[in-house]
Design a protein around this ligand. Structure first.
Ligand SMILES: Cc1cc2nc3c(=O)[nH]c(=O)nc-3n(C[C@H](O)[C@H](O)[C@H](O)COP(=O)(O)OP(=O)(O)OC[C@H]3O[C@@H](n4cnc5c(N)ncnc54)[C@H](O)[C@@H]3O)c2cc1C
Length: 62
């Protein structure tokens, strides 16, 4: 069974949606261990300050 170790740099929306896409690909035959690396002390990138409340889909990463 292939088991891939993946590092995603940046815990903003792109990083979280990339992790979600990999998780959705998982099966009995294909597994991922995912680490997310963020340079700031808090995750979510510009969701904290750069996404307006009328874009709820992007804010769901929080
Ligand atoms: C002023 C402003 C207003 C906006 N308004 C809206 C809006 O109303 N609606 C909307 O949908 N979008 C809006 N956006 C855009 C939205 O913020 C971005 O589309 C979205 O945040 C991009 O996600 P991202 O994951 O690509 O990048 P980011 O959100 O920037 O996340 C990247 C993350 O990676 C980290 N990182 C970067 N380099 C490294 C490294 N070398 N090592 C470790 N970590 C690293 C950063 O610290 C950050 O946390 C706005 C943006 C701005 C600037």
């Amino acid at each position: 069974m292939p088991h891939y170790k993946v590092a995603i740099v940046g815990a903003g929306p792109a990083g979280y949606f990339a992790a979600l896409a990999l998780q959705n690909l998982q099966s009995e035959e294909l597994q991922f261990s995912i680490d997310m690396i963020e340079r700031l002390p808090t995750p979510w990138g510009l969701v904290r300050s750069g996404v307006a409340p009328d874009h709820p889909k992007i804010k769901t990463v929080a």
